[in-house]
Design a protein. Structure first.
Lengths: 118, 594
């Protein structure tokens, strides 16, 4: 259940095409949260890369280093996927604004969601 | 064996040298914590994709594509987390094995050195023996040689076992790293596999349930569920009163490392919000307090002191933060003390309070070397930023309002102590709560309002122990177990309400009675400081070598007969309170006395 702030709560959906219904503020907030996921996972990726293998014995340190390098890549990849998801949502909001003149009048309230903050 | 020149007693071959041991289990443990912190991040993504990211109110082609991607990402994150948890658990086991092997290695090195020395002594004794004396000495030397040979054989066997165990352990660890190296391996093993943490969280007792319920829940979980929760819900475990301290520590470490990595990354990018800055400040303070405490050595054994991060919630209280660090293990200690700080304390102050806890720990160990101790620096409530300022002489409403924080803090403190008790059912520790400054008001409320489950209650530098408390009976405690330390140079106790006609400083601020006053009924102990400076007096109670710390150590170890008592503050009706301790020269510090 979305919780829009007062004044934007009525869903400015397209009336003629229910399958295109969108609550842009919900999508906008979700895009922000995807950005947060991206930021957090990018930090996690760096954390994997920086994890120390100095405590392992030499035979294990080699495997540990290879593992951490691989997981640095895996976490960076999923971080990037989160950013792609955020971008896709921003693009959806932009499309919605472009395609619905009526809602465009209220678009100023959504401009913040179209920009990427993080 | 080799025979000495011209002799008949064989000398054993020297023992094989132990190889150098390069492993450092502490660093391996750190690597495990880093991996778990990453798991926690992946779990956050999984939780997000199954919750707010679903966007059920969005319909259409784009929405379908988005949701498909979201589901895919959630599934991927879940599988990655499960795989990484598996590896992290193996790394933790590896760290424990390496620590054990380290101990064995040191023993074997010592044995090897001793055996080599034994051979050298035997060689000299054989060389010294004259041919004429050999018939008599021969059997003795032969017996020694045989005994040495047997010991060396035992050593060689143990050495071989040690090497074999290390080799096997290394193979197992390498295999664990290689088992989940690629994403394909991760997907093949964990795609669509349910998270054991989910079921465990569904059975979690609701907020507000007792510490005993939390412990019962924890004990009902399988090892797999417990391990899963450590990374899936570290915030749930880390701050849950009633769970063992070791569990809370491990969970809080994961959360702390996750926060540090994420927030430092944002700081490097210059992208921290004000709230995040506050959270990072608290997180870094918690890490600094933990790291500093881990440097402490037990004054009696010289061994490292176990440190537990008992509470870690850096965003609590509007960003002031909640942190508690235990110096010593509260799961096993004979005596446990809880330090409750006062005004102006927030999460970022945990390093200073942990220093005090370390001082209490060390003093307690010195006072009673036969007992184990844990001293907890507890910032688990929202302390006021400053003393209330009276609005003229007639209104003390500000003080009454401020006491709300002590009331809420008292409830949290009582719950925390109940948690310590619950996790030690059947093996109770002797628990002492020490409230300093406004922390004594909080401790007073914990006892008066909540029935604080402490064996001893100590107030130091108290501005009052809360409204409605006229003596130990109002705290639900015997007067033999309520203590007050008040440095005569400390102006804060003067803020308490004193006597029936309060003529103390400012007429009192409405935080309750002075526990150091004679008619309160607590046992006052000596707490004068060597400096005698008014400005330092309020912060001198935990000073190393002080008579206050000495007395606190005897209280927390239950050695009441060794506490140096002081006469209470008197409050004659004809004038202001009078402190008999004023002007007394404090006992010199032990070092100075020597």
């Amino acid at each position: 259940m979305h919780t829009d702030p007062p004044g934007t709560a009525s869903p400015p959906t397209t009336s003629s095409a229910p399958e295109m219904a969108m609550v842009p503020t919900s999508v906008g907030r979700a895009s922000r949260e995807w950005d947060e996921q991206h930021v957090d996972l990018r930090a996690a990726s760096a954390q994997v890369a920086e994890a120390s293998t100095a405590g392992f014995t030499p035979p294990v340190a080699h495997a540990a280093t290879a593992f951490l390098e691989a997981w640095h890549t895996h976490t960076a990849a999923i971080a990037l996927s989160c950013e792609v998801q955020a971008d896709a949502m921003r693009a959806a909001i932009t499309d919605w604004l472009d395609g619905d003149r009526e809602s465009a009048a209220r678009g100023w309230a959504l401009l913040g969601f179209v920009e990427e903050l993080r | 064996m080799t025979a000495p020149q011209g002799g008949v007693v064989p000398l054993p071959e020297p023992p094989s040298a132990m190889p150098a041991y390069a492993a450092r289990s502490g660093l391996v443990h750190d690597c495990c914590v880093s991996l778990r912190a990453v798991c926690a991040r992946l779990d956050d993504l999984g939780t997000f994709t199954s919750g707010p990211a679903r966007l059920d109110d969005w319909v259409g082609g784009s929405a379908d594509v988005c949701r498909r991607e979201t589901r895919g990402l959630g599934r991927r994150a879940d599988a990655m987390s499960l795989a990484l948890r598996r590896v992290a658990a193996r790394v933790e086991e590896h760290a424990e094995t390496l620590a054990h092997l380290d101990v064995l290695h040191a023993d074997l090195v010592a044995t090897s050195t001793s055996l080599a020395g034994g051979i050298e002594v035997l060689r000299r004794d054989v060389a010294r023996a004259t041919p004429a004396g050999l018939p008599a000495l021969g059997p003795v030397l032969h017996a020694r040689s045989a005994a040495l040979s047997a010991s060396i054989a035992d050593y060689e066997r143990d050495r071989h076992r040690w090497l074999h165990r290390l080799f096997e352990e290394e193979q197992a660890m390498v295999a664990a790293f290689e088992r989940f190296h690629s994403m394909r391996q991760v997907r093949d093993r964990f795609d669509g596999v349910p998270d054991p943490a989910d079921g465990a969280l569904r059975a979690l007792p609701p907020a507000g349930s007792s510490p005993g319920d939390a412990l019962a829940w924890w004990r009902s979980l399988s090892p797999a569920e417990r391990a899963a929760l450590l990374v899936a819900a570290p915030g749930v475990l880390g701050n849950r009163d009633g769970l063992p301290a070791r569990v809370r520590h491990r969970a809080n470490e994961v959360r702390l490392e996750r926060d540090l990595a994420g927030l430092r990354s944002l700081r490097e990018r210059g992208d921290l919000t004000e709230r995040e800055k506050a959270v990072l400040r608290n997180a870094e303070a918690a890490a600094a307090a933990r790291d500093e405490a881990e440097q402490a050595r037990d004054p009696r054994t010289g061994e490292p002191v176990p440190v537990r991060l008992l509470v870690y919630d850096p965003a609590a209280f509007g960003g002031d933060g909640a942190v508690a660090v235990s110096v010593g293990d509260p799961d096993t200690a004979d005596d446990v003390s809880v330090l409750v700080p006062g005004l102006g304390t927030d999460g970022a102050d945990i390093p200073g309070l942990t220093e005090h806890a370390t001082s209490v720990y060390e003093a307690a160990r010195d006072a009673d070397p036969g007992a184990s101790h844990a001293s907890i620096a507890w910032i688990g409530y929202d302390a006021p930023d400053n003393f209330p300022v009276r609005d003229g002489l007639s209104a003390d409403a500000a003080g009454v309002v401020r006491e709300d924080l002590a009331e809420r803090g008292g409830a949290a403190l009582a719950q925390a102590v109940d948690g310590l008790r619950a996790s030690r059912a059947g093996d109770p520790a002797h628990v002492t709560v020490i409230g300093h400054s406004y922390g004594s008001t909080t401790a007073g409320h914990a006892a008066h309002d909540q029935g604080l489950a402490a064996d001893d209650l100590v107030f130091v530098g108290s501005p009052g122990v809360g409204g409605g408390v006229d003596g130990p009976a109002d705290l639900g405690m015997s007067s033999q177990h309520v203590w007050a330390g008040a440095n005569s140079h400390d102006v804060v106790p003067d803020l308490a309400d004193q006597g029936s006609i309060d003529l103390g400083l400012l007429g009192g601020i409405g935080l309750g009675n002075d526990p150091a006053e004679d008619d309160f009924g607590a046992i006052r102990f000596q707490a004068e400081s060597a400096s005698g400076s008014d400005s330092d007096a309020h912060s001198s109670y935990f000073e190393d070598g002080s008579e206050s710390l000495d007395n606190l150590a005897h209280i927390v170890t239950g050695q009441y007969g060794l506490v140096d008592q002081a006469p209470g503050v008197t409050d004659p009706w004809w004038g202001p309170p009078m402190d008999p301790e004023s002007g007394r020269i404090p006992r010199p510090e032990p070092g100075l006395a020597a």
